[in-house]
Ligand binder design. Structure first.
Ligand code: 13P
Length: 338
C-alpha cells in the first residue's frame, strides 16, 4: 500500500458505507475508560482490548481505517501478528495519532495548545515504516467567557497546518481535527459562530502552509447545543446548521469530512450523521464518521475485561459499526436500535 497516492488513501477512507474507527486513546484516556468498567490498565489489557476490536469479523465491511495510538502501532496480537498487519490484511487502513496532547497556552488560564511538533518529521518517518498510511492531530477549543480567543485560534490552527504539511511531505494523509468541545451551557448558535471562526482560521493556515486539500481529511465537531444548555437543538436543526456552516468554510477540493462524536450518545451520533447525508442540499464532500466513543462504548461495557465476554463485545462493535455505516449513507433510523 506504500505506493498508493495520498489522494487515493483519502478517498478510500471515505468510501461509500465506510468510516473510521478512532481507537487512538492515549494511555491516560484509555485508563479512564477502563476505570469506568473496573478494569486495570496495563500494556496487556490494552493489547487485549485492541485485539478484540481489530479482530472483529467483518469489520472491514463498515470500517475503512483505524486510528491507533503509538503503543498500539507497536503491539501485536497474542499470536504475534502486528496490529498494523492484521488490519491491512483485512483491508483496513492503519492510521496513527501523532499529537502529544494539550497543555495550557502561555498567558492563558483556560485555553490549550496541542504539543508534538518538535521532532515530528522523524517520528512520521518511523510511523510510515511501521505501516501507518494516515495520521491525526487534535486541537481542542473550549467555548467560555472570552474563549476561544483569536490568539487561541491562531496558534492552534498554525500547529495543525504545520503538522499537516509535514505529513504530506512524507506521504501520510493528515486528518486535521479542530474540536470545539460540547462542554458548557452555550447555545447551538454559539457553537456555530465559534466553529465557523475556527474553520476559517484553520483553512487560512492550511493555505498559507501549502497543504494540499485533495490529500487530507477534516475531522470536526458537529454544530450542536452545549451539553448543559437547557434548550437542546433537535436532529434536523443540528444537521442543517452543520451543513450550512461547512458550506461557508470548507473548500470543495476536500474529499471528505469525518465527524468526531465528542461525547454525543451513540444514537445521536448516528441520527445527526444520517440526517446530514439524507438532506437534499448541495455539498461537494463525503460526510462520514471517525468515531471513538460512539463506536466503542457498548463494546467496552460488554467486555468488562473478561475473555468470556469477547464475542459479545465484538457483536456490539459490529452492530454499532453497521449502524454508523447506515448513517454514513443516510439510511439510519432510530427504530434500527431495537
Ligand atoms: P470521539 O468520537 O469519542 O470524540 O473520539 C474521536 C477522536 O478521535 C477524538 O480525538
Amino acid at each position: 500500500m506504500a505506493s498508493v497516492l495520498m489522494e487515493d488513501i483519502a478517498e478510500m477512507l471515505v468510501a461509500p458505507g465506510k468510516g473510521i474507527l478512532a481507537a487512538d486513546e492515549s494511555t491516560g484516556t484509555i485508563t479512564k475508560r477502563f476505570a469506568s468498567i473496573g478494569v486495570e490498565s496495563s500494556e496487556e489489557t490494552r493489547r487485549d482490548y485492541r485485539e478484540l476490536l481489530f479482530s472483529t469479523e467483518g469489520l472491514s465491511k463498515y470500517i475503512s481505517g483505524v486510528i491507533l495510538y503509538d503503543e498500539t502501532l507497536r503491539q501485536s496480537t497474542k499470536d504475534g501478528v502486528r496490529f498494523a498487519d492484521l488490519l491491512a490484511e483485512e483491508g483496513i487502513i492503519p492510521g496513527i495519532k501523532v499529537d502529544k496532547g494539550t497543555s495550557l497556552l502561555a498567558f492563558s488560564e483556560d485555553e490549550t495548545i496541542t504539543e508534538g511538533l518538535d521532532g515530528l518529521r522523524e517520528r512520521l518517518q518511523e510511523y510510515v515504516e511501521l505501516g501507518a498510511r494516515f495520521a491525526k492531530w487534535r486541537a481542542v477549543l473550549r467555548i467560555g467567557a472570552g474563549a476561544p480567543s483569536q490568539y487561541g485560534l491562531d496558534t492552534n490552527a498554525h500547529a495543525l497546518a504545520r503538522y499537516a504539511a509535514l505529513c504530506q511531505e512524507i506521504g501520510l494523509v493528515p486528518i486535521v481535527e479542530p474540536e470545539v468541545l460540547m462542554d458548557g451551557d452555550h447555545s447551538i448558535d454559539e457553537c456555530y459562530a465559534v466553529t465557523e471562526s475556527v474553520l476559517k482560521t484553520v483553512f487560512d493556515e492550511l493555505y498559507k502552509q501549502r497543504v494540499v486539500l485533495e490529500q487530507m481529511l477534516l475531522k470536526p465537531n458537529m454544530i450542536v447545543s452545549g451539553a448543559n444548555c437547557p434548550e437542546q437543538a433537535g436532529v434536523d436543526e443540528v444537521a442543517s446548521k452543520t451543513i450550512y456552516c461547512f458550506g461557508q468554510t470548507v473548500p470543495a477540493a476536500l474529499p471528505g469530512i469525518v465527524f468526531l462524536s465528542g461525547g454525543q450518545s451513540e444514537e445521536d451520533a448516528c441520527a445527526h450523521l444520517s440526517a446530514m447525508n439524507s438532506m437534499d442540499s448541495r455539498r461537494p464532500w463525503e460526510l462520514s464518521f471517525s468515531y471513538g466513543r460512539a463506536l466503542q462504548s457498548t463494546a467496552l461495557h460488554a467486555w468488562q475485561g473478561k475473555t468470556e465476554n469477547v464475542a459479545a463485545a465484538q457483536r456490539a462493535l459490529i452492530r454499532r459499526a453497521a449502524l454508523c455505516s447506515s448513517a454514513r449513507d443516510g439510511r439510519y433510523d432510530p427504530s434500527m436500535e431495537k
